[in-house]
Ligand binder design. Structure first.
Ligand code: EPU
Length: 427
């Protein structure tokens, strides 16, 4: 097991490249189950969540290769093998196997999903959607059983705007009989990406990216080739770290529209930003000004960038309130940042940050993926050495982070944990 070490204070300069979108990838890969012939997806990030999903497709009989970001899935020998335990419990996105397997086989047994601990993360809206399509859904000893004689199109109103439920219902409904309408659907770019893949496979989905999605069920889906969209959260993370510790950084392979809410907030803080077609230049900010943020569903400020942004705020002049309306408990990074001399506290669903302060290197632990990103950014800004453990979280969502940051001048490396540190982690 490894830890990350960062010697802070080195100015970052140059170009950093963004990979394919994790939260799209984790749905695109299960979506391949629905096809009758091979599907190729290009530009996938080399992260542990994708390796985990590859293993799950193989468990149900898929022929899968994954090299240089390109995955080829041959679904022709897949069967509705129950997946109650093992890998399925390790990642949140294993819930997409429910929609895809239900759509293809009209049955599935999937263990309750794992993933980052961000407070309660129910899947009631996914289940409401599957039931509306005609499936019987039961929870038996921690695994979800889905069974349907046939799936029939339905009108489904989501009580909560949910990315996962919107995609999962789409996955099941593309092969249902008749028309499905999802109302109050989530509008994230990842939903459009999944709909694009499914439509290229032969599905009939209209309205993805708006709050009403209409799907005409089809009998058969075929293989195709698809290129994934860039990761707006990885791009946003790089923009924030460029504002925090950069002296002119170009973020390459980004769709500027996807990060507009972050760009607006960084500009409000006095960060110079220039927008190109698929690149964003983040200049050195002379004096950062504190700004409040409130996370919202897309196109609002993304919850996934709330934690990294909190680190940047420690360098800004004044007091800022960071409110997360999506996840009530996404503040585990705050205590760790306080170890590094941040002046911040949590009150209800908000963190209050007072700055500016000079962060100091410390031994800190990533409790979840974006908390990990927040700590890396803090480490880049800090005086002295920061050691980050909990790398398994960071590896779930950021590919080649050490290489990418070293290329723009960061002093960052991985080191094996000592026996003593391993003992402490296990106790
Ligand atoms: N919700 C319900 N019931 C449901 C589903 C969701 O009450 O059936 C609630 C959730 O508890 C949350 C809100 O609705 O308060 C939004 O949840 P959503 O379903 O949109 O989130 P998700 O699909 O579980 C995805 C990303 C998250 C990202 C959120 C919000 C994946 C695998 N995960 O989660 O990504 O934070 O959307 O944009 O796509 C991350 O990348 O670090 C991450 C956690």
């Amino acid at each position: 097991m490894e830890k990350l070490k960062i010697a802070g204070g080195h100015p970052l300069k140059g170009t950093i490249k963004v990979d394919g979108a994790k939260n799209s990838a984790v749905a695109l890969v299960p979506a391949t189950i629905l096809a009758e012939s091979p599907v190729t997806i290009e530009g996938l990030p080399d992260i542990s969540d994708i390796h985990m999903l590859k293993g799950l497709l193989e468990e149900i009989g898929g022929g899968v290769t994954f090299e240089d970001g390109e995955m080829n899935v041959d679904p022709s020998n897949m069967i509705a093998m129950p997946l109650p335990n093992g890998r399925v419990k390790k990642l949140r996105a294993s819930y997409y196997l429910m929609g895809a397997m239900l759509g293809k086989f009209k049955k599935a047994v999937i263990g309750l999903p794992g993933g980052c601990h961000l407070g309660p993360r129910p899947i009631d809206q996914h289940i409401k959607g599957f039931e509306a399509l005609g499936a019987e859904v039961t929870n038996e000893q921690g695994a979800i059983y889905l069974r349907a004689k046939e799936l029939r199109g339905a009108r489904i109103y989501l009580d909560v705007v949910s990315v996962g439920a919107t995609i999962n219902i789409m996955l099941a409904a593309v092969k249902a009989k008749g028309r499905t309408v999802i109302e109050n659907a989530a509008k994230e770019p990842e939903i459009i990406d999944v709909a694009t893949l499914l439509n290229n496979m032969g599905a009939k989905i209209k309205g993805a990216g708006t709050d009403v999605i209409r799907i005409e069920g089809v009998d058969k889906l075929n293989g195709c080739r698809h290129t994934i969209i860039p990761d707006r959260i990885e791009a946003g993370t790089f923009m924030i770290l460029a504002a925090a510790a950069g002296e002119g950084v170009i973020i390459d392979n980004v769709i500027p529209l996807h990060v507009e809410s972050l760009t607006a907030k960084l500009r409000e803080m006095n960060v110079p930003i220039e927008i190109g077609d698929d690149k964003i230049y983040v200049g050195k900010a002379e004096k950062l000004q504190a700004v409040d943020i409130k996370t919202l569903v897309y196109p609002g400020f993304p919850t996934d960038l709330q934690q990294p942004f909190t680190s940047l705020l420690t360098k800004a002049e004044g007091s800022a309130i960071v409110t997360d309306t999506i996840y009530s408990a996404r503040f585990k990074h705050v205590d760790e940042l306080r170890r590094m001399n941040a002046h911040m506290k949590v009150e209800g669903r908000s963190a209050i940050v007072n700055g500016p302060v000079q962060l100091h290197g410390a031994k800190v632990k990533a409790s979840d993926l974006r908390a990990g990103a927040a700590l890396v950014i803090a480490g880049l800004m800090a005086e002295g050495i920061t050691e980050v453990t909990g790398l398994e979280h960071i590896d779930r969502g950021y590919s080649q982070l050490v290489e990418k940051l070293s290329n723009i001048g960061a002093d960052i490396w991985r080191e094996e944990l000592s026996q003593e540190e391993l003992k402490q982690i296990k106790s």
